[in-house]
Design a protein around this ligand. Structure first.
Ligand SMILES: [Fe+2]
Ligand SMILES: [Fe+2]
Length: 365
């Protein structure tokens, strides 16, 4: 049995406990094979998480899928992603690779064994090459965080996002691999920090915060002992540095920061912002883009950030969205000067969101 966020529920999962509303009225019984309609019902009651059985798929799956496909029309964008075959295959592969990443990183940190970066890298690269581009890797990651806020899952996600970003930047195949490896190992120092600090809810004391920030230096030193490539070491040390000198641990600026660390910095923050948290669903990608537009260009490499955000927006061209005034529209053109506010079309009418400060994309449908 495991507790899982509503945003991550999939049709086919089975409830392990009855779900009650605040007045203790039954919403869904224990042992229910969930359909989209059940998930919508839970959302309408503002239930945040439910307990489901560990092996969610029942023997009646085929029959179940048939009865469930009728509901596909009403699915949200996230539910469509999660119901797709491509997503299911990606997720299965991800779980396997995550397990092996965890074992490897733990033995490197705890048992002082050698670190074979090549082998580690091949495992995560096979995940990206195994997906076709019809559904973006970012979309799939966005929909599968559950409550796995572990450092291992975060490292895996950042590696995949770095891989996508480096490809968009048209780096050489060697540099795409290097960026992926840098993402994979950027937070290895966090495994060495007292885990109660990493997962501590609420504010950290000044001492605790400096202990957490020190994961950069500890990661760098460990990777140095293992004779790992200098860019990988630098990415561990410098991924919290910011171009305007406001980062840590050294307060470096612009060119002083390793270029791979500047790639990791964007992937790192994007992953943190799009993660599903216990208290909220993953943020709409346009909200994330808006946040980067508000303060990102002083802090991150402008060229990298622009390419990243433009490509994220491009992923959603032709996608339906819900605007803040309740209108349903289709995203049709990217506004390069205001990426979070594209041109949308609604019943033959074009609305340039860049000219409508009071109107924005609320969610993808
Ligand atoms: Fe970090
Ligand atoms: Fe990180």
């Amino acid at each position: 049995m495991k507790k899982i966020a509503i945003a991550q529920l999939l049709p086919g999962m089975v409830t392990a406990e009855s779900v009650l509303d605040i007045n203790k009225q039954l919403i869904i019984e224990k042992g229910t094979l969930l359909k989209e309609s059940h998930i919508r019902r839970l959302q309408s009651y503002n239930i945040l998480a439910v307990c489901v059985e560990d092996s969610p798929i029942t023997a009646d799956l085929e029959e179940f899928e048939e009865s469930n496909t009728e509901e596909a029309e009403d699915m949200t964008y996230g539910q469509k992603v999660r119901a797709s075959e491509e997503y299911k295959a990606f997720r299965k592969n991800y779980d396997l690779k995550l397990d092996s990443l965890k074992t490897t990183l733990n033995s490197v940190v705890e048992k002082n064994v050698d670190l074979d970066v090549r082998e580690l890298l091949q495992s995560s690269l096979s995940m990206v090459s195994g997906t076709n581009s019809s559904m973006s890797v970012l979309d799939m990651l966005h929909n599968m965080r559950e409550y796995d806020d572990s450092t291992y899952a975060h490292c895996m996600n950042v590696a995949l996002i770095c891989n996508v970003l480096a490809t968009w930047l048209k780096l050489s195949p060697e540099d795409v691999e290097m960026a992926t490896a840098c993402g994979l190992l950027h937070d290895i120092g966090k495994i060495m920090v007292d885990q109660s600090l990493i997962t501590k809810p609420g504010k950290l004391s000044a001492t605790e915060y400096s202990e957490v920030k020190n994961h950069t230096v500890r990661g760098y030193k460990l990777l140095q002992e293992k004779n790992v490539d200098v860019h990988i070491r630098n990415a561990a040390l410098m991924h919290h540095e910011r171009n305007d000198g406001t980062g840590y641990p050294l307060g470096l600026r612009g060119e002083q920061i390793d270029r791979f660390a500047r790639i990791v910095a964007i992937a790192d923050v994007y992953d943190a912002m799009t993660a599903t948290r216990v208290y909220r669903e993953a943020l709409c990608p346009f909200r994330v883009i808006e946040m980067f537009e508000e303060e990102g260009f002083q802090k991150y490499e402008v060229e990298y950030l622009l390419v990243f955000l433009e490509n994220v927006v491009n992923t959603y061209i032709q996608n339906q969205c819900l605007l803040s005034d309740g209108t349903i529209a289709t995203i049709v053109f990217v506004n390069r000067s205001k990426l979070s506010r594209p041109v949308v079309e609604c019943e033959g009418r074009y609305i340039n969101l860049a000219d409508q400060p009071g109107l924005k994309i609320e969610k993808l449908l």
